[in-house]
Write a new protein. Structure first.
Length: 277
């Protein structure tokens, strides 16, 4: 890296650090490269500008190659893009890789200093808010995970209400309209819908709900049966493991299965005979 490049890089970091320390709000996009496809953090949701960790050499390389790749292959999938980048990364010369690693290490040192300044600039209220939002995000993630697991297990999906069944018949209204306008139009149509028409949707929703309850009950019974089978399997496995352990212990002490099954008095007699021998 040239002296001029080093000066520019350090200048960006110093200026960024100063602004963060004084104002506690500044953009770090110019000083530290960020991954555009990362999920929104708790700090971002609260409007708090948090310094971003610098990209590793590989991800920096992928970011640099992305424009050319998309220009050449507009419809390429993420999986294909990563595979293509990995292939070209492996073909990259050692000298370039070494230089990128050195730059990353320097950026990482600067990032650690800036992060320390950022954390010192946070108020107690901001820290509490960040902690709260992170907990909410973790709970939401767990909820999505559970929902996906239940779906995989075949849990019946709850049917739509009468109102949403009505919206399904009005999909054509969405064409050429904004979502907000579409929702307002649907709501107005529903409120002015004649009772004779509304009853049809309510009966349809009730029929679907009754079927859902039966399917849900059958699914729950199935899950209970699977759970019982799983418990029985665990018990069987535990017994087999115990028998295996006992067998190994008998082999290590020279005790045979026949001896194990003999009455206690006979085992004592045989034990005496063995000692005499």
């Amino acid at each position: 890296m040239s002296s001029l490049s080093q000066l520019c890089r350090l200048s960006n970091y110093v200026v960024g650090s100063y602004k963060t320390y004084i104002h506690s709000r500044t953009t770090w996009l110019n000083s530290i490269q960020v991954c555009s496809y990362t999920k929104k953090s708790a700090e971002a949701k609260l409007g708090i500008e948090k310094p971003k960790r610098p990209l590793t050499p590989f991800f920096k390389f992928m970011t640099q190659m992305r424009p050319a790749l998309l220009a050449k292959n507009p419809g390429i999938s993420s999986k294909e893009a990563i595979a293509w980048t990995s292939k070209h990364w492996q073909q990259l010369d050692t000298e370039t890789k070494t230089q990128m690693v050195k730059e990353y290490e320097k950026d990482l040192e600067d990032y650690k200093k800036i992060k320390a300044m950022y954390e010192a600039s946070l108020t107690e209220q901001q820290k509490e808010d960040i902690k709260r939002v992170k907990a909410e995000m973790a709970a939401s993630k767990e909820k999505r995970k559970l929902k996906a697991e239940l779906k995989e297990l075949g849990k019946p999906k709850k049917p739509m209400s009468s109102y949403f069944l009505f919206t399904q018949t009005k999909k054509d209204l969405f064409k050429g309209n904004e979502m907000k306008e579409y929702q307002e139009k649907i709501k107005a149509d529903w409120l002015t819908l004649p009772d004779s028409e509304r009853i049809k949707f309510e009966k349809q929703a009730q029929t679907l709900m009754e079927k859902y309850k039966k399917d849900l009950e059958a699914w729950e019974l199935k899950m209970i049966a699977i759970g019982q089978e799983s418990s029985q399997s665990d018990v069987t496995a535990s017994i087999q493991q115990k028998e295996h352990t006992e067998s190994q212990e008998r082999q290590s002490t020279g005790e045979t299965i026949a001896e194990k099954n003999q009455p206690e008095s006979k085992q004592i007699v045989q034990y005496g005979k063995k000692n005499k021998q």
